[in-house]
Ligand binder design. Structure first.
Ligand code: NDP
Length: 284
């Protein structure tokens, strides 16, 4: 039987309505959530992501600032700009679009963002807080995945979750969020021996590899929940995920498509985190 499709676009739309309504309430207290996005250089994909973030901010009634810096900006100049935004009361979230040019130390830049405005959830303080189960800004893609499952009514506690990929922005944190919700978690990566042995035991399988059609039906247990994080282009130039959708959707119980699966949730959770940061200012 064909899998149930997890419609990320629809779930993201529902969440955005909730966020927009919270933004309006906050405005009544004189606070407009503000997001600053820093774009360095002229990477085409980065520009598309940044434009989408600005557009979504506006749709939800938030304040949005785009700071464009030239490819050759110095690290010092970038850090000074971040420092300025750290102290700007109209800005609740700061996002530096990655990747940065090679002459800039990404870690240094991420660590210079105030943890209170780190709406990407990449600062070591937020990562540490997430790991220890404290309140934190959660990284947007992993957080979006957890919201998808929650909205679909898929329980996590006690499930065996297998995550393929261990990047700092997707694989590692999503495994941690599943662990926080009492799943048993296995991480796989490029040095894993007999990948299929592991993936075929998963109740919930997360693919965050970055290789088109990497996960096929043989990797998947009958009825499993399959979450496809990948954003790739196949030989025909068509957008596709890490999962061979046509065959896996005949075996899985639930599956996220690409596009319209995990992708729309990432930007939605960025907006959620910016709203949360703005709300936090009222508590001080
Ligand atoms: P990275 O390239 O940083 O990480 C890829 C991971 O896959 C690594 O841990 C790597 O292992 C592992 N891997 C590579 N080859 C194999 C293999 N043959 N067997 C098992 N594991 C393997 O990618 P990201 O985590 O940043 O992104 C993953 C995908 O998700 C990309 O397609 C990206 O575009 C997409 N993405 C989508 C987002 C969304 O909003 N939907 C947001 C962010 C990313 P090792 O560590 O050993 O090298």
């Amino acid at each position: 039987m064909a899998a149930i499709i997890i419609d990320g676009k629809e779930i993201a739309a529902k969440k955005k309505v909730e966020i927009a309504s919270e933004v309006q309430k906050l405005k009544e207290f004189g606070v407009t959530p503000g997001l600053a996005v820093i774009l360095v250089g002229n990477n085409h994909a980065s520009r598309t992501y940044v434009t989408n973030k600005e557009k979504t901010c506006r749709e939800l009634g938030m304040h949005s600032v785009l700071i464009e810096l030239p490819e050759m900006v110095t690290q010092e100049e970038l850090l000074t700009k971040i420092e300025e935004l750290n102290g700007d009361p109209a800005i609740h979230g700061i996002l530096v679009q990655l990747p940065l040019p090679k002459h800039i130390d990404e870690t240094r830049v991420i660590e210079s963002i105030s943890p209170l405005k780190d709406v990407d959830g990449f600062h070591p303080i937020n990562i540490g807080r997430m790991m220890t189960g404290q309140d934190a800004f959660l990284p947007c893609t992993p957080y979006g995945i957890m919201v998808l499952l929650e909205e679909m009514g898929i329980s996590v506690a006690g499930k065996h979750v297998v995550v393929v990929g261990r990047s700092n922005i997707v694989g590692k944190p999503v495994g941690q969020l599943f662990l926080n919700q009492h799943a048993t978690v296995t991480y796989c990566h490029s040095k894993t021996v007999d990948l299929q042995y592991h993936t075929s035991q998963a109740d919930i399988l997360v693919a965050a590899v970055g290789v088109a059609n990497f996960i096929n039906a043989d990797h998947v247990k009958e009825g499993a929940v399959v979450i496809d994080v990948g954003i790739n282009r196949n030989e025909a130039g068509k957008l596709c995920g890490d999962v061979a959708f046509d065959e896996v959707s005949q075996k899985a119980g639930y599956i996220t498509p690409v596009p319209k699966g995990v992708g729309p949730m990432t930007i939605t959770m960025l907006m959620y985190n910016t709203l949360k940061s703005a709300k936090n200012t009222l508590r001080f």
